[in-house]
Design a protein around this ligand. Structure first.
Ligand SMILES: [Zn+2]
Length: 707
């Protein structure tokens, strides 16, 4: 997921340096310098100083506005080249600067940088509106869009023109002046609220640490203990153990700790993020965000924010997204009820004298796994070494797409943990660069994400595509390899799928490149890539024991395969609860909302099992409230997974299975290389020969499906 989404008009970049006074004064600012060095220039991460951000942003925004104004002021008849293509070539310096800005916001945050964000985010929103509300510019875009010459443009040029036109209209370009002013006001206020929301969340993830003594570690596997010891040492408390308030720390603790009292404490702290009634509480912020989004949608002519957001998504309407979610909800909840019954049986047999609560779920599910499948995931972990699995990921991409990865040294990085890799194709031709920032640390937001530092394009000249993967794996003890959980390994393949989508892009224009696709389509290449991790080919070569070097035993792999659909009830229900609440919050219109109460009442109405909570409770739902990004869009993962499961079946049906060369080539040609240059529904049809079928998704999750 990319944190910042700017309008198409501001994503591209400017080679033509229009000199303006603001820029001349600050042109020794390192953040404004063109990227230099190998690979048509790389980000100068070693030159970044927080105090340079504000003057750099001011200068780059001014420069970008001047470039855009020059296009708007032309007297010539508007054409694709002098208007749309010209816009694709503006804002290049700002785009490079956003790469630094995004990283210092997500990977390298600090109080000093947060102050910059607080000041600059509303001004960046204002800047975006100055472009979309530029009347003369919009008239030119509209003229190209309605031009009789449009059929003579290439299909990609026509799609780009459509994208600019609809993005401008959807941002309010066609409104009257007072309405435009109100939209701009709303966007600036929202930008401030998003920043506060994210900063509060980061605070609550970093401010709470559970300090444990040796006696508190009962049940925890050695790898979790080592991670907790390292986290404590990093915080200056050697000899103790720190359980952090992040997902990667919370999940293994809840899975393995025998201490029910501590499980409850860790659980409560984690799910109270942003909801503690203190100065970092997000509830008021959320209520205001929802009200402003509802008002903005009305001004723009849509019934609700959800309708506005979904118009250009693959789903098109909230109703279609709801229909899919509701179809999956009922079997998912039924699976949870069946699983809980099995857990309760185990707890009763142990004489635990408890009713399964949310902080027991992962713990007893693990016991069910052991009892039913004789599978202990701790037996698996010693085979899941970060470095080896990374090589496995590279290897699978080599088999599928012919890509090769080799480490490059000497490129500037923003932290010593970051490694850099050159990507080449089967013929040894340069494809791009991949940066990898794997470990959790202070100032880095939780979760995992992909980022494009420079997107692929070709309309003026080829550039080096630069993408990155970021995650929060917990470093092991010094000198020991980093061992991943099964889920962490899946996540790593997931994010790498986004990276491949960026790297394999072969389009002309940057606004249509790589992962710049609708939200409910973007998770499809990444989810699909998860399917290569558990293949025999990857496991037998790359899942090797960190001490003995022996490959993972076949019997263990067989056991894992048997648990394919294990715990899908939990995974699907916790996800869907979040996705449904997100959609309902944004379908509720202008009625004032108390987020805690709304969540409670709607979940009761849905029949949410009491043993589970939403994967992201509303006060910590960064996907939805740290930007417009995934707002009314968390359903996208399920929508994408419908496509994913269907395409995965195409591989399974092929003679070569997941490594079938013909299917892989077709995937590359119809989907992975196309970016947003072709409508996603058409991309899917070109691959599969038909529209997506929900049956594959239901089979993949082990839910009954008759259709
Ligand atoms: Zn993703």
């Amino acid at each position: 997921m990319k944190r910042r989404t700017f309008l198409a008009a501001t994503t591209a970049v400017a080679a033509t340096a229009l000199v303006n006074p603001a820029f001349a004064q600050v042109n020794d600012n390192p953040l404004l310098q063109a990227w230099t060095g190998p690979f048509s220039g790389v980000p100068a991460f070693d030159k970044v100083r927080v105090e340079d951000f504000k003057p750099a942003l001011e200068a780059a925004m001014a420069e970008n506005l001047a470039e855009v104004q020059a296009i708007a002021d032309q007297r010539t008849v508007p054409t694709f080249e002098n208007t749309i293509a010209a816009l694709e070539n503006t804002g290049r310096r700002l785009s490079d600067l956003y790469t630094y800005y995004g990283i210092w916001g997500s990977n390298m945050s600090s109080p000093a940088f947060q102050a910059v964000e607080t000041e600059m985010d509303p001004r960046l929103a204002e800047f975006g509106d100055k472009i979309t509300q530029n009347e003369a510019l919009f008239r030119r875009i509209e003229a190209v869009y309605n031009s009789v010459d449009k059929p003579s443009l290439t299909p990609e040029q026509q799609r780009l023109t459509w994208l600019y036109y609809t993005n401008f209209v959807r941002a309010g370009a066609a409104l009257e002046a007072p309405q435009k002013a109100r939209i701009a006001q709303i966007n600036q206020r929202l930008a401030s609220l998003y920043t506060s929301f994210s900063q509060n969340l980061l605070h609550d993830e970093e401010a709470y640490v559970h300090w444990l003594k040796t006696a508190d570690l009962k049940g925890l596997p050695q790898s979790v203990i080592d991670g907790a010891a390292a986290a404590a040492a990093e915080r200056g408390r050697r000899g103790e153990y720190a359980i952090l308030n992040t997902r990667s720390s919370m999940e293994p603790f809840l899975t393995y700790s025998d201490r029910r009292d501590l499980r409850e404490k860790v659980w409560r702290t984690y799910y109270a993020r942003g909801d503690n009634g203190d100065q970092w509480d997000n509830n008021k912020i959320i209520a205001e965000i929802l009200a402003l989004r509802a008002e903005r949608a009305k001004i723009l002519g849509y019934p609700t924010h959800a309708h506005w957001r979904l118009e250009n998504a693959m789903a098109k309407t909230p109703e279609r997204a709801m229909e899919l979610m509701e179809a999956v909800w009922t079997p998912a909840v039924a699976a949870v009820r069946a699983d809980v019954a099995e857990m309760q049986t185990i707890a009763d047999a142990e004489g635990a004298k408890i009713k399964i609560e949310p902080w027991d779920y992962r713990y007893y599910m693990e016991k069910v796994r052991k009892a039913k499948y004789d599978l202990d995931l701790n037996e698996v972990k010693p085979y899941l070494q970060l470095d080896k699995l990374r090589d496995g990921m590279f290897w699978a991409a080599g088999q599928l797409y012919g890509l090769q990865f080799k480490p490059v040294s000497g490129l500037p990085v923003f932290h010593p943990d970051v490694t850099t890799w050159e990507v080449t194709d089967a013929a040894g031709r340069h494809v791009g660069l991949w940066y990898f920032d794997p470990y959790a640390r202070q100032g880095k937001r939780s979760g995992a994400w992909m980022n494009a530092y420079r997107t692929q394009e070709n309309f003026l000249r080829p550039v080096t595509t630069i993408v990155s993967n970021n995650s929060n794996f917990v470093k092991g003890a010094p000198g020991e390899p980093v061992l991943l959980s099964w889920d962490d390994a899946v996540t790593m393949f997931h994010e790498f799928g986004h990276a491949l989508h960026g790297l394999l892009s072969k389009v002309s224009y940057p606004s249509l490149s790589g992962t710049a696709v609708p939200r409910d389509y973007v998770e499809f290449p990444s989810q699909l890539n998860e399917h290569w991790f558990p293949t025999q080919e990857v496991l037998s070569r790359f899942a090797t024991h960190y001490r003995t070097g022996q490959p993972i035993p076949q019997a263990l792999v067989d056991k894992i395969k048997k648990t394919d659909t294990f715990n899908q009830g939990f995974a699907t229900t916790e996800y869907l609860a979040s996705a449904l609440i997100d959609m309902k919050l944004h379908l509720a219109g202008a009625a004032p909302i108390d987020p805690d109460r709304f969540e409670r009442e709607e979940l009761a109405r849905l029949g949410m099992p009491s043993e589970i909570v939403m994967r992201h409770r509303t006060p910590q739902f960064g996907h939805v409230f740290s930007s417009d990004g995934y707002s009314a869009g968390y359903y996208s993962y399920l929508w994408s997974d419908t496509l994913t499961a269907d395409v995965a079946e195409a591989f399974k049906e092929a003679p070569g299975g997941y490594y079938d060369k013909v299917v892989a080539q077709r995937l590359h040609d119809t989907i992975m290389s196309r970016g947003n240059s072709i409508d996603p529904a058409d991309q899917f049809r070109a691959f599969r020969g038909r529209d997506p079928d929900i049956g594959a998704l239901m089979r993949d999750r082990g839910f009954p499906y008759g259709g």
